[in-house]
Design a protein around this ligand. Structure first.
Ligand code: SAM
Length: 327
């Protein structure tokens, strides 16, 4: 669907008609990507990060958290267990932890590929050479949110980082033939509806294969502790408009939505989403990868996510769940 900035702003601002918007996005989702929900096994393998993003609980200057880094063997065996559980995609996510250099990561990717899974990397900004090597080692997808397209806001929130550089990383990733995932946070301090509309148009413009949209949730051990944060409703409206703009892409029901409401991910699946990324780490690691408070810490095997998905008439996708372009 073609929507201009003015129309997007109008839809995002229209709280009264959000139910209709969610229904419409749900219909567009069904017509374009069907009823399958693709599960991705998420492994958060290190909470060590060289960056100091003002919003993030694992920022470098948060000295109150206990840092961990999985060993190579542990990461590979966690991926193997996830593959045995039936996951066809493994998402490897971490802070920007440079211990995981090119050689190490390539070795790991090659080993995990033997489990017959698609691999998504979500490890932040790297060099072209590294992205190329990871791709050649077998990585299929890359997930890196632009966070916001308001450059001034970005530079306030991500000190010592460059919006332009992050954008260029996304272009490199795309050029190397990865499926590209990006996204934003909703409800950042000083973020306007106009700016969210720009974000959505940006994601369409760079032709993402996957768009992750989640509320910003203030973390008590960060400089943004006292901010209000985003609402589930505006996040769902933003996600629904994304579905209207890009009918055939993959859109996850994000964990941050579940942190704001026990049925957050189910609501998202009924408002345009078609992907869920259950965490396959142990509960101990999940607690330490605290990007924001109230992040669910229930392991996949203990969670009833599959039952919940089936209870709303959806089925679990059996394949790798790659983006199938329709136009
Ligand atoms: N280091 C990698 C990167 O930069 O893409 C991946 C890890 S990073 C922690 C994953 C995402 O968590 C970020 O892109 C950001 O959108 C989200 N995040 C961090 N802090 C958050 C918060 N307080 N509320 C909601 N989302 C948050």
């Amino acid at each position: 669907m073609i929507l201009n900035k003015k129309e997007i702003i109008r839809i995002l601002s229209d709280e009264r008609r959000e139910q209709q918007l969610w229904q419409k996005a749900n219909k567009v989702r069904q017509e374009n990507v069907g009823d399958d929900v693709h599960l991705r096994g998420l492994i958060e393998f290190s909470n060590i990060c060289r960056n100091n993003c003002m919003y993030c609980g694992i920022r470098k200057d948060n000295k109150t958290i206990c840092r961990y880094r999985m060993s190579e063997e542990e990461l590979i065996s966690t991926a193997e267990k996830a593959a045995q559980m039936g996951f066809k995609t493994i998402v490897m996510q971490s802070g920007e932890d440079m211990y995981y250099n090119k050689e190490r990561l390539c070795r790991i990717i090659e080993k995990i590929k033997k489990f017959d899974v698609a691999i998504t990397l979500s490890i932040g900004e790297r060099t072209y050479e590294e992205y190329k090597a990871f791709r050649e080692a077998g990585a299929d997808r890359y997930l890196m949110r632009i966070e916001t397209t308001d450059k001034d806001l970005y530079h306030k929130l991500d000190p010592n980082m460059s919006w332009q550089h992050r954008y260029e990383c996304l272009l490199m990733i795309k050029e190397l033939g990865y499926e590209l995932g990006s996204g934003i946070m909703v409800g950042l301090p000083e973020q306007s509806i106009e700016s969210i509309a720009d974000d959505l148009l940006f994601l369409k413009d760079i032709s993402v294969d996957m768009a992750g949209i989640g509320p910003f949730i203030p973390h008590p051990q960060t400089p943004l502790a006292k901010e209000t944060g985003g609402t589930l409703e505006l996040s769902l409206r933003t996600m629904a408009v994304m579905r209207l703009l890009m009918p055939d892409i993959n859109i996850p029901a994000t964990t941050a939505m579940e942190s704001l409401h026990p049925q957050g991910r189910i609501k998202a699946l009924q408002a345009g989403a078609n992907v869920v990324m259950p965490n396959v780490n142990s509960v101990e690691y999940m607690k330490l990868y605290e990007l924001y408070p109230h992040k669910p810490t229930q392991g996949f095997s203990q969670s009833d996510i599959v039952k919940k998905i089936e209870s709303i008439g959806r089925c679990i996708g059996k394949g790798y769940g790659a983006h199938q372009r329709k136009n």
